[in-house]
Design a protein around this ligand. Structure first.
Ligand code: HEC
Ligand code: HEC
Ligand code: HEC
Ligand code: HEC
Ligand code: HEC
Ligand code: HEC
Length: 493
């Protein structure tokens, strides 16, 4: 096509080689993908944070590779040109339309490029969907996400995508999520992520997540909940509490305002200060009721000026903080398995032994599996039923205890109750007092949030009391000593 042997033309024409041409197509393809992903990312309502990895790491990577090929082709070709300066038969690409071979090659090349571009466009779109998917969040980054993914699969939200709860809209959270996704990739590759993974403090406000599906004005009324436990004695004595949870509602047009869902921010607002990161200690509360009356409650220890602290507004997550990732304590998972007869309650001391075994700290899942099997076989050498207990105990361990990530009931408190974690008692403990020195946070008695309609075991459970029984603590020796259940039942006890 042109005078390729002239020295002045060497630089330009050296680009005319197959390697550079392939590089060019790769570059155009990846640039095209980059633009496409960037646009999808901008327009999508809730893009995955991991899309950023594709947009800002993978596609630019391909672009760089394409440019590298172009330069490599150029470099090799240039060397050849210089070496063969005198030689007229240069293997450069010259296209002469009068030659049938050239016409055919050009058609093939154009077709291949078109297919490549199409594939990269479809590929980018598909990868976009993949990055959005639960499989990507839960499985791709396997080790760090395993605890959250496993607990999620066993949760009532197992059909809700991770991004429904985890990625915020708006430009700021867009950029933040991108950087975060890329950061997490780097962390994973360098193996320096937190163990356990820190609970996100930047989860979208509940209005934008939970309330997209759950209607805060719904009147729930009372829910019947049954809690069955087994004592740590020889016979694994069962004990059950049947509670009528007064969930109620917060909106006067749908039912009486009151009960647990009174704190829905509809008529009333509750704000608070938490002095630790996981919000387990709440020394100050401000309540604004439907009439606009403001009341502040504080504990005796808290003397600070509230304006020096971050004041949060209470929402769904302050009670339902584990809707998708509940890490059950061994006590509770063993009780559940026993009440479902998956573990035979007739095996002497099985409750206390299993709780002790599951609470043992291991460094890997494999070690935990071995520890469970070996210890149980040693404790029950002549027990035929023990093999099935081993299987069940290992299953409990795999579903709720993750040694590699140090993730278990000890690392992630659940705020819904008050037995294993402070939960409701962070505020309803009778220790938060208003400025008048008299008024305390209401609803702090044992029959305020729920009534105990039945308790005990066997025949006792058939006796109902619609006004609520007085709580009969299962262990007579500690009855009435301290209403603060966590002192004895807490996760760290
Ligand atoms: C129903 C909403 C919801 C869904 C769906 C959901 N999460 Fe979460 N996730 C949460 C909440 C709530 C927290 C804790 C936030 C808090 O306590 O402030 C959390 C916390 C986390 C944490 C921090 C560690 C921890 O346990 O506190 C990770 C990691 C996480 N989620 C990953 C995922 C992954 C991966 C998926 C999908 C497989 C997913 N989440 C699906 C609501 C959800
Ligand atoms: C994409 C929709 C969606 C989002 C977002 C969502 N949920 Fe749900 N949630 C559901 C569905 C559907 C169910 C019912 C599951 C079932 O009964 O099978 C449910 C069930 C529940 C339950 C009852 C669980 C039980 O044990 O019966 C609670 C509590 C709950 N969600 C709280 C939350 C909270 C808190 C959030 C925000 C962090 C949230 N949900 C976000 C769809 C959603
Ligand atoms: C951040 C502090 C805080 C937390 C945590 C909290 N509450 Fe409350 N709650 C309040 C305040 C403040 C009031 C209003 C008390 C008053 O009027 O004296 C209230 C009122 C109530 C009421 C009475 C509503 C009515 O009918 O007037 C119930 C029931 C209740 N809470 C249940 C719960 C339950 C159950 C939990 C745990 C799942 C919980 N609360 C967690 C602050 C809190
Ligand atoms: C003060 C604590 C508290 C707050 C705030 C709160 N909940 Fe609840 N919610 C509860 C308790 C306690 C229950 C009873 C279930 C239980 O004990 O497991 C419940 C039950 C539910 C249920 C199950 C209802 C059913 O019919 O099965 C859903 C769904 C739910 N809450 C959603 C929400 C959503 C959405 C928000 C925020 C708009 C919210 N809750 C705010 C404490 C709270
Ligand atoms: C501020 C509200 C509130 C008050 C006050 C309260 N509870 Fe509860 N309680 C709850 C909630 C919410 C749950 C459900 C936890 C869950 O869903 O796992 C619960 C659960 C329980 C359970 C079953 C726990 C289990 O795992 O077996 C018992 C027993 C119980 N409460 C007894 C009491 C006693 C005794 C008192 C008085 C010292 C009391 N409660 C005061 C809110 C309250
Ligand atoms: C002074 C310590 C102490 C306090 C405080 C305490 N308990 Fe217990 N609780 C025990 C002991 C000890 C047992 C017997 C444990 C066993 O046999 O495994 C027990 C057993 C139980 C059981 C049945 C077995 C189990 O592990 O679930 C329940 C349910 C229970 N307590 C609920 C509560 C509640 C709710 C509160 C708070 C209102 C509370 N306890 C306060 C010491 C205490």
């Amino acid at each position: 096509m042109s005078d390729i042997t002239s020295k002045s033309n060497t630089q330009v024409s050296a680009f005319r080689n197959w390697l550079s041409l392939i590089g060019l197509v790769v570059s155009i393809g990846s640039f095209f993908s980059f633009v496409l992903l960037f646009v999808i990312d901008l327009l999508a309502k809730d893009p995955s944070p991991y899309l950023g990895i594709l947009t800002f790491v993978v596609t630019p990577g391909f672009l760089a590779f394409g440019v590298f090929l172009i330069l490599l082709g150029w470099f090799l070709q240039r060397r050849r040109i210089i070496n063969n300066a005198a030689n007229a038969e240069m293997p450069l690409i010259t296209i002469d339309f009068s030659r049938a071979r050239d016409r055919r090659n050009l058609v093939i090349f154009t077709l291949c490029s078109a297919v490549f571009l199409l594939v990269s466009a479809v590929g980018s779109y598909e990868s976009y969907h993949f990055a959005e998917s639960v499989a990507f969040c839960g499985q791709t980054c396997h080790e760090p996400m395993k605890p959250e993914y496993t607990t999620y699969l066993n949760s009532p939200h197992a059909r809700v995508g991770c991004t429904e709860c985890h990625v915020g809209p708006g430009a700021v959270s867009f950029v933040k999520a991108k950087l975060n996704g890329v950061n997490q990739l780097v962390g994973t590759i360098r193996n320096n992520f937190d163990r356990p993974i820190e609970t996100p403090h930047n989860l979208r406000p509940a209005q934008e997540t939970c309330e997209q599906c759950h209607w805060s004005k719904k009147f729930v009324g009372s829910l019947d909940r049954i809690y069955t436990h087994y004592l740590s004695d020889e016979t694994n004595t069962p004990v059950t509490f049947r509670l009528l949870m007064n969930v109620g509602g917060g909106d006067p047009t749908h039912g009486p305002v009151g009960g647990i869902h009174w704190h829905m921010n509809i008529g009333n607002t509750v704000e608070y200060i938490a002095t630790n990161d996981n919000k387990q200690s709440i020394p100050w509360i401000r309540m604004t009721d439907a009439k606009g009356t403001v009341t502040e409650f504080r504990t005796a220890e808290f003397k600070d000026d509230p304006s020096k602290h971050k004041i949060r507004k209470m929402d769904c997550l302050d009670c339902h903080n584990r809707p998708a990732h509940q890490f059950r304590a061994p006590q509770d998972s063993v009780d559940l398995a026993m009440s479902m007869s998956r573990i035979d309650a007739g095996i002497p001391l099985i409750k206390s032994n299993l709780v002790a075994i599951l609470s043992h700290t291991n460094t890997t899942e494999t070690a935990a599996m071995e520890y469970i099997a070996i210890t149980l076989r040693k404790l029950y050498p002549n027990e035929k039923r023990i093999e099935s207990v081993i299987g069940e105990a290992q299953q409990i361990s795999r579903n709720s205890i993750f040694p590699e990530m140090k993730a278990d009931w000890r690392s992630y408190p659940d705020n819904i109750g008050h037995k294993t974690y402070p939960g409701c008692f962070r505020c309803h403990d009778g220790k938060h007092i208003a400025a008048d020195g008299k008024r305390k946070v209401g609803a702090s008695g044992c029959n305020d949030c729920h009534i105990i309609i039945a308790q005990g075991a066997g025949e006792e459970l058939k006796k109902f009391n619609s006004a609520g029984f007085n709580f009969a603590h299962p262990d007579a020796s500690s009855e009435g000593t301290d209403p603060d259940c966590v002192t004895c039942h807490g996760a760290s006890q």
